[in-house]
Design a protein around this ligand. Structure first.
Ligand code: ATP
Ligand code: SF4
Ligand code: MG
Length: 389
């Protein structure tokens, strides 16, 4: 893949850069214990810039969390490289891992699971402060705990430090996990679906908090989500992930207002939208993502794509530029006629060029389905980002 990734300004060095990131898992099982390879992440390029929110959007199982774990050095890539501030990252041993983790913090979907239930929040925050700033006196540690709690709007601190994880709400726990990440003064935060387990009413508050921290502390923030509407509000730059690959990238505004990949169009058509109430809700007649142990040949999206052409079934599409810092991994953009064909087809409509009925594929089942949240911000047509506070 070219070095497009999600880069908007290629003159600036990203804080975190990934090139050709690939992760295969070996699966054992079946009748004869046969080994199979599951290609969870394939050739992903990604640039995260200081002070910028970048989103990765995709269905369940598309490889989003694996990308986060690779970037956090919790898993080793099968291939590809990662650079932090332009220097290659090669973490060997606990000391190097600790140094890396101080710069690159991961926030998980389930804040309850990320805390030890038998210790108070104060204990866990003090411990984090001591790990990252061993030179501080006990009094300074206490001050630092108060500071990070204030940064996530949990004040007065005494109301939270003596409580156990189960005594707090989901939103408070997620704010505390953000506070704990701040104890490291990170340059990068990888937020893996940070609000998807939270109550509807508090999601925007937590997203606003993350956006404010990214801006104020110049943090490069990766926001991982299945919800394209929230990505549009929250992120400046976005990439859409399908079956382990990034298939479209650009400014979040561009890819949600002028999507140039059929899969992005599918996600948008399934997002809640007051102007298109009939289209809102789970993906309809849209099929399911492929088995990554046996992905489709050619374009991985071809079994679900209403625009599929012969070439799509045999040859993986390269990245085509589709606008300023906007790109799409789709054969339609090989020719202006293909681009025009996509642009002329209304969202959620069958492609007039292929005619006939809409794609009738099996309904999504189990974990392999796109989760659209009615609680998420809808996609307005005014082009404004609504989450900035
Ligand atoms: N340790 C592992 N061993 C084997 N397969 C794995 C492992 N971790 C992830 N996978 C597989 O890799 C693929 C991508 O998983 P991943 O968790 O990255 O997806 P995701 O996009 O984060 O999904 P979700 O939205 O459900 O969190 C899935 O098919 C998953 O089953
Ligand atoms: S390459 Fe072909 S199958 Fe894949 S998204 Fe584009 S038109 Fe559809
Ligand atoms: Mg995940």
């Amino acid at each position: 893949m070219t070095a497009l990734g999600t880069t908007v300004d290629s003159a600036v060095t990203p804080v975190l850069r990934a090139r050709g990131l690939t992760k295969n898992f070996t699966l054992r099982g079946g009748l004869f214990g046969r080994r199979r390879t599951l290609n969870a992440v394939d050739d992903v390029d990604l640039d995260l810039f200081a002070g910028q929110v970048t989103a990765i959007i995709g269905e369940s199982g598309s490889g989003k969390s694996t990308v986060a774990r690779l970037l956090a050095q919790l898993q080793r890539p099968t291939a590809g490289s990662i650079e932090l501030d332009g220097a290659p990252v090669s973490v060997r041993g606990n000391k190097e891992l600790r140094r890396y983790v101080a710069r690159v913090q991961l926030i998980l979907q389930d804040p309850f699971a990320s805390f030890n239930p038998v210790h108070t929040m104060g204990y866990q925050l003090r411990r984090a402060v001591r790990i990252h700033s061993p030179e501080l006196t006990p009094h300074q540690v206490e001050e630092r705990v108060g500071q990070v709690l204030a940064e996530v709007n949990l004040t007065p601190a005494r109301q939270y430090v003596d409580r156990y994880p189960h005594e707090l709400s989901g939103g408070q726990r997620q704010r505390l996990s953000i506070a704990r990440a701040l104890t490291a003064s990170p340059s990068v935060i990888l937020a893996d679906e940070p609000v998807s387990m939270l109550d509807v009413s508090i999601r925007l508050g937590v997203l606003n908090l993350l956006a404010r921290l990214a801006a104020e502390r110049n943090i490069a923030l990766l926001y991982i989500t299945h919800d394209i509407a929230s990505a549009r509000y929250f992120a400046e730059v976005a990439a859409v992930m399908y079956a382990g690959e990034l298939v479209e990238g650009g400014s979040a505004e561009e890819i949600t207002q002028h999507p140039t990949h059929p899969y992005t169009r599918l996600l948008i058509s399934a997002a809640p939208d007051p102007d298109r109430p009939a289209a809102s809700g789970p993906l309809r007649d849209a099929g399911a993502p492929p088995n990554l142990a046996d992905p489709p040949t050619g374009c991985r999206f071809h079994p679900r794509c209403p625009f599929v052409m012969d070439k799509c079934r045999t040859t993986p599409p390269p990245v085509f530029p589709t606008g300023q810092a906007h790109w799409s991994r789709c054969w339609l953009h090989e020719t202006p006629a293909g681009t025009a064909r996509l642009a002329a087809t209304p969202l959620n409509d069958p492609d007039p060029a292929v005619a006939g009925p809409a794609v009738q594929a099996p309904a999504p089942t189990g974990a392999q389905h796109t989760q659209t949240s009615q609680a998420s911000p809808t996609l307005p047509s005014d082009g404004k980002k609504g989450l900035r506070s």
